[in-house]
Ligand binder design. Structure first.
Ligand code: 9D3
Length: 234
């Protein structure tokens, strides 16, 4: 997969891509990240990317020309992209959409800044408009990293153990069961007896039950994929 990120602040993203699962995925050749500063596609003397809104009002709006030029250049070089506009007005990003994105050959993420995008950016290119949740960020960069990481780790081979991807509780539509490591007793809190019993079937049942109880208590909106009455469950 080629994952291109259009941003005015590539350095905010760069460091993170060199760490963790994203670095591993790149080293394995599963994904190539391209960071593009679309200011480089501005043609005026001051390399302008934003301007005042017609009709008045506070703040600045991203101009269409540099964004179109950057997108068109990427597609001329690489071929057509699945294009994602990161915006608080978008569809909520979730595991199901991450899985969908992970099946794309080319994915482009556009990060906004300022008050928003000129509407012709939305209208003139085919976008999936995506938000990462109902809180206000200052731009799309952190959202782009969330989308990039959730997507890249689903590429076949990105996670060392294919079972770990399979068993991930979110994929199953459940929260994690409680985990313990040594010591057996810490500040008076003991590890549940079943986990040290050596009875693997009992451990499996305990974990399943604990995950179900936790999910019902905390996230009743999450439903296992296997439940036909449920949503996608991720
Ligand atoms: C002050 C302007 N806001 C009026 C409600 C709109 C606004 C525009 C741009 C608010 C935030 C932003 C910057 N955020 C993003 O670019 C963004 C975002 C987010 O803020 N929350 C959740 N997901 C996303 S994806 C991109």
């Amino acid at each position: 997969m080629i994952l291109t990120i259009l941003t005015l602040f590539p350095s905010t993203i760069e460091g993170y891509l060199r760490e963790s699962i994203l670095r591993i995925a790149q080293e394995k050749g599963l994904v190539r990240f391209r960071l593009v500063n679309f200011r480089d596609y501005s043609t005026d003397r001051h390399r302008t990317v934003d301007d005042r809104p017609f009709g008045g009002g506070p703040g600045m709006v991203l101009k269409p020309e540099p964004v179109f030029a950057a997108v068109e250049d990427a597609e001329a070089k690489d071929g057509p992209y699945r294009k994602v506009l990161l915006t608080p007005a978008g569809r909520r990003f979730d595991q199901a959409l991450a899985r969908e994105f992970s099946r794309e050959e080319r994915l482009l993420l556009l990060c906004g800044r300022y008050e928003g995008f000129d509407e012709r950016i939305r209208l003139g290119l085919r976008w999936d408009e995506v938000s990462v949740g109902d809180y206000v960020l200052s731009g799309g960069e952190i959202a782009a990293l969330a989308v990039a990481e959730a997507t890249a780790r689903l590429l076949p081979g990105a996670l060392g153990d294919p079972e770990s991807a399979e068993q991930e509780s979110f994929t199953a539509g459940l929260l994690d069961f409680p985990q313990y490591t040594r010591p057996r007793v810490f500040r008076g809190m003991a590890v549940p007896e079943v986990l040290v019993s050596g009875d693997h079937e009992a451990v499996r049942r305990w974990r399943e039950e604990a995950a179900r109880r936790r999910t019902a208590e905390r996230r009743p909106d999450l439903r296992p994929e296997s439940d036909p009455k449920a949503g996608t469950g991720g």
